[in-house]
Design a protein around this ligand. Structure first.
Ligand code: 5CA
Ligand code: ZN
Length: 427
């Protein structure tokens, strides 16, 4: 897919610090990418509804990471997928009487527009599941060939159940000694989350209730593709991300990212497939953004309690204010979107802009030194597990001092560039 256009990113003097990130799999902070290249995969949208603030917050977290990496001199390669064929998308299309491909295409388009408005760095490679199906099918066949996957008997509702085609194919988790290392969860929790998040632990005939679907045999009324020896069908969700990530970034890439709702089963299973298909580990670090809610509930397409980026834009809200409202929360915390948070962000943006307009000064002056200190402090806040609230506090303090002793007509260009490059906000 063609990604949205990239925003301009000013190059700052000096260099940022190596970025430390909390790794879900170890619970410890670690250097996110030792360099000189940084390879990032972030799980993309399932395009059946418009971008909500939760999605935006997750992508913003990894946008901050990339900006900090670039500032630290790393060459960043960023890949994102689009889950453009999946049960929820097909169900929504059927419910609304639209073609699933048209629904996906329209939502992908809207997402790209939202991302561009929010000035998110686009992925170098933006890959739809559908376009990757031949490669995914090959990976599933490879798992079957090495005894790490098995087919169930054909299901009665399969299109070709009578002609000897195999049934649905599942990964055999007992083939993977590393299974469980990403999430570190106990089995009961895994079972509960599997049922909640797209798994089918109740399905009879599986060797282990947790075994995830790799290939779903064709059903009447569902799209399907030729899977070779797998028969006609479509891929399971986790193996899609495994293949799309490793094909582009190579096994052992630096950071696998997404929201915390993906820790289990999605990232656990993707890592399991990846570890068996290629040389382990699948990724070096697993990083997860907290869940954004509305009125105390997780914001989700299925619950319908959404604040849409596109609606806010249509209502005239400045995207920079949306960005700042999100960045007021640490990426790992769970938080709720509020109108007050947006008002606060707009007020903060106005204060920073007023300070930039009067906060410059000659080289060597106190005002110039204050700007250099801001840049150093922003860099150290962001290198510390992307502490955006800490970065905002640095700027608030600078703005307060600057506005108390303004030098009208002197623009604080260094601060403006730093906020633009590191936080993605143009002042
Ligand atoms: N297509 C899959 C990933 S392969 C998927 O989870 N799609 S999604 O559209 O449901 O979510 C897209 C991204 O937004 C994922 O990284 C997900 O973890 C994140 N996300 C979803 N809901 C929220 C939320 N309420 N708060 C924060 N992040 C969220
Ligand atoms: Zn994914």
């Amino acid at each position: 897919m063609r990604p949205w256009p990239a925003p301009a990113v000013p190059v700052l003097p000096g260099r940022g610090e190596p970025v430390l990130l909390h790794d879900t799999s170890t619970g410890a902070r670690t250097v996110a990418a030792p360099g000189p290249r940084a390879r990032l995969y972030v799980c993309g949208i399932t395009p059946y509804d418009a971008t909500h603030l939760g999605h935006a917050a997750t992508y913003l977290a990894f946008d901050l990471l990339q900006r900090a990496w670039r500032d630290a001199g790393l060459e960043v390669r960023y890949v994102q997928n689009v889950t453009d064929v999946d049960d929820p998308l097909l169900e929504r299309a059927t419910r609304d009487g639209v073609d699933w491909r048209e629904l996906a295409a329209s939502q992908v388009e809207l997402f790209a527009t939202d991302m561009e408005a929010l000035r998110l760095l686009p992925p170098a490679s933006w890959v739809g599941a559908v376009e990757a199906i031949p490669r995914i099918a090959a990976a599933v066949r490879a798992l079957v060939a090495r005894g790490a996957a098995y087919a169930l008997p054909p299901a009665p509702d399969q299109v070709d159940h009578a002609d000897g085609s195999p049934g649905d194919v599942y990964a055999d988790l007992s083939a993977d000694p590393r299974f469980g290392q990403v999430s570190g969860l106990d089995r009961d929790t895994m079972l509960a989350l599997s049922a909640e998040r797209g798994g089918d632990p109740q399905r009879p005939g599986k060797r282990d209730p947790l075994d995830p679907l790799l290939w779903r045999a064709a059903r009447t009324g569902e799209p399907s593709w030729d899977g070779g020896t797998l028969g006609a069908g479509r891929p399971g969700w986790h193996v899609e991300c495994t293949v799309i990530a490793v094909d582009d970034l190579g096994s052992g890439f630096d950071v696998q990212g997404g929201g915390s709702d993906l820790v289990f089963p999605h990232h656990e299973m993707s890592a399991s497939h990846g570890g068996l298909l290629y040389s382990p580990p699948f990724a070096r670090v697993y990083a997860h953004a907290g869940m954004v809610g509305l009125d105390g509930e997780k914001m989700s397409k299925s619950k319908g309690n959404l604040v849409l980026v596109s609606k806010l834009r249509a209502a005239g809200v400045e995207p920079a204010a949306v960005r700042l409202a999100v960045l007021a929360h640490h990426y790992r915390s769970d938080w709720s979107w509020t109108a007050q948070g947006l008002d606060d962000a707009a007020a903060r943006l106005a204060r920073w802009r007023a300070a930039v307009a009067v906060g410059g000064g000659e080289a060597g002056s106190l005002a110039a030194q204050a700007q250099e200190a801001v840049l150093a402090d922003l860099r150290s806040r962001l290198a510390d597990d992307l502490d955006a609230p800490g970065a905002l506090a640095v700027l608030d303090a600078w703005a307060a001092v600057t506005l108390a002793a303004p030098a009208p007509g002197t623009r604080a260009d260094l601060v403006a560039d730093a906020v633009d490059a590191l936080l993605g906000i143009a002042l």
